[in-house]
Design a protein around this ligand. Structure first.
Ligand SMILES: Nc1ncnc2c1ncn2[C@@H]1O[C@H](COP(=O)(O)OP(=O)(O)OP(=O)(O)O)[C@@H](O)[C@H]1O
Ligand SMILES: [Mg+2]
Length: 184
């Protein structure tokens, strides 16, 4: 996959399948440390030890429709191919956490890509889960939290066309703004 946001979408779809009510996505983009880090935390039903030990293996899946589960192993591979590392931890009935670290300037490190599109897809998911998105760029931070937006919307649904446009724009602009050079 040539965009990290597509990996994020894939990983979050596992969280949705695991009945998570909240997914937290935390991006840390640090020029000084030369690190691009993606942390995804869900409060879904988690995995037992056996499943967890098999999950990074491309020939493992609990799906019945096809034998190969690729989401987790592809994400792991993407991190490892850019001199990064990958950690997954999970507790049955508590949730799952994935941390993928990339060498920021590595030639194989894909760009984040269209994260607002990924977040919209997740927000519009029929299970109505909450999404907390935090994007750190050097020492600046942008946060998008469906729980706050839901309150502000006072009953207008997330599916409203203007709401979708507003959310996309807010995320896009929010990330651009924290990446702007400090004018001295
Ligand atoms: N967040 C999670 N919570 C609970 N179980 C998970 C989670 N993420 C992965 N799993 C377990 O690990 C398995 C492998 O996940 P992976 O995303 O690699 O493949 P898949 O979802 O089965 O198939 P694919 O992603 O290719 O459609 C899943 O089938 C599921 O059993
Ligand atoms: Mg999957």
């Amino acid at each position: 996959m040539n965009e990290l946001s597509l990996h994020i979408l894939d990983i979050c779809q596992n969280s949705i399948k695991a009945n998570a009510g909240l997914i937290q996505i935390i991006i840390t983009d640090s020029v000084i440390d030369n690190i691009f880090k993606i942390k995804i935390i869900d409060n879904g039903f988690g995995m037992d030890k056996k499943t967890l030990s098999e999950v990074s293996d491309p020939f493992f899946t609990t799906r019945t429709t096809r034998k190969v589960g690729l989401g987790v192993s592809l994400f792991k591979m993407a991190a490892e191919m850019s001199s990064g590392n990958f950690k997954i931890s999970s507790t049955k009935n508590k949730g799952t956490t994935i941390i993928a670290t990339f060498q920021r300037d590595h030639i194989n490190r894909a760009p984040l890509g269209n994260i607002e599109e990924t977040l919209i897809i997740l927000i519009l998911n029929e299970k109505n889960i909450n999404i907390y998105y935090e994007h750190n760029y050097n020492n600046k931070k942008y946060i998008f939290d469906t729980r706050e937006v839901r309150n502000a919307l006072e009953g207008i649904p997330f599916t409203d066309y203007n709401v979708i446009l507003w959310i996309k724009n807010n995320i896009k602009e929010g990330i651009i703004n924290i990446q702007k050079e400090e004018s001295v």
